[in-house]
Design a protein around this ligand. Structure first.
Ligand code: PMP
Length: 379
């Protein structure tokens, strides 16, 4: 049986999502823009999903837009903010540990030569120091971007503290949070976070790939990235991915009531993993265990390159990641930024657990790591 421990890369869709997707395709296959009943039913499905995701972010459903995923939503915010708010002010302050869907569009803006970018590096814990970030923001800054939970280490950033300061001191500066790895795991209240824009993705929360949502605060005017038929309140053109959106809503509705219990269970499993790993003297934990999402743990296996151990574990039907799936085995800039030497960063493994992960799964992982080390270290 597969032991899937790569849930930060993507999750297996839950039954609730799958059956909602199937029903949507079977019954409400109309175009939500059509005026007849089958179209209206599809539109209704979208609106129900919007209410569910809005309830999870504690925001008005009207402020949520469905996109093709978090990548599109992050691009929309960054390029849109530059277009609208980056005329007079030219500076972007961003954490140095963002996902490529934030880091790359910002790099593209920087390469135009029209903008200055300040990247705030994490401390040794892997999290951003709020004071460091705040110091970098000034009245030339039009965009600040800081992710909630880092996808490689699970470090939780002090986003609320940073954004509260920014909005108090520079109210016209846009605050943007990629909340993908925190959504449906830790409570996120849009107003509390002081974010003008929040981005989430469906496939990290037991729904399907290819859909995400973007919250934009009332009064913030970000122009669209995609123009066309004017769907999604003219903010995101293109016929809506009704089944995917419906599945997203169903997954969120299913997860919502048990978020707290799931978090406590994740803590128990993560603590068990840490305790079990502490018995392996060839393992070094890279994640900082204070102020950390229990859903993600990053550690290194002395002397064995990530990919080699990953494939050994795969031969035992255990699936993990080498750092971040999106960096496809490339060097982890996050671990480097934390001051972790290259040799250790090169042997990093990321375990990301799901709601269904058991102590038995952890035992199997730890046994396989021991066997893997004994086998591979001899080579
Ligand atoms: N941000 C973070 C923190 C992520 O982990 C991911 C997924 N790897 C994304 C953005 C991109 O999400 P999507 O696949 O929905 O485009």
């Amino acid at each position: 049986m597969n032991i899937y421990l790569d849930n930060a890369a993507t999750t297996k869709p839950c039954e609730a999502a799958m059956s909602a997707v199937f029903d949507s395709m079977l019954e409400n296959y109309g175009n939500p823009s059509s005026l007849h009943k089958i179209g209206l039913n599809a539109e209704n499905d979208i609106n129900e999903a919007r209410k569910a995701v809005a309830a999870a972010l504690v925001c008005d459903p009207k402020l949520l837009t469905f996109t093709s995923g978090a990548t599109e939503a992050n691009n929309t915010v960054i390029f849109g903010a530059a277009k609208k708010y980056g005329r007079r002010r030219k500076k972007i302050v961003v954490s140095g540990i963002e996902h490529p869907s934030v880091a790359e569009p910002i790099k593209i803006l920087e390469e135009t030569g029209d903008y200055t970018v300040v990247r705030v590096m994490p401390d040794r814990s892997g999290a951003i120091d709020a004071e460091d970030f705040i110091k970098a923001v000034d009245d030339d800054t039009f965009l600040v971007s800081c992710m909630l939970v880092n996808n490689e280490t699970g470090a939780i950033n002090p986003v609320k503290k940073i954004f509260s300061y920014v909005k108090r001191t520079f109210p016209e500066c846009i605050t943007h949070c990629d909340a993908v790895q925190g959504f449906m795991k830790i409570p996120i209240k849009s107003a509390d976070l002081m974010a003008d824009a929040i981005v989430v993705s469906a496939h990290k929360v037991y729904a399907l790939k290819g859909v995400g949502a973007l919250f934009v605060k009332n009064g913030i005017r970000i122009p669209p990235l995609i123009y066309g038929g004017g769907q999604e309140n003219r903010f995101r053109s293109g016929t809506e991915a009704v089944p995917l959106i419906t599945g997203f809503g169903a997954a969120v509705r299913y997860l919502m009531p048990t978020m707290k219990t799931a978090y406590s269970n994740a803590e128990i499993i993560c603590n068990y993993l840490v305790k079990s790993l502490s018995k392996l003297n060839f393992v070094k934990i890279n994640s900082n265990l204070e102020n950390h999402s229990p859903y993600i743990l990053n550690f290194s296996v002395e002397g064995i390159r990530s990919e080699i151990m990953l494939h050994f574990l795969e031969s035992k039907d255990i699936y993990v990641s080498s750092g971040s799936a999106c960096s496809k085995g490339g060097h982890s800039s996050v671990l480097t930024a934390m001051g972790i030497p290259d040799k250790i960063a090169d042997s990093a493994i990321r375990v990301s657990i799901s709601r269904g992960t058991t102590e038995g799964d952890i035992n199997a992982l730890v046994n396989a790591l021991r066997e893997g080390y004994e086998t591979l270290a001899k080579r």
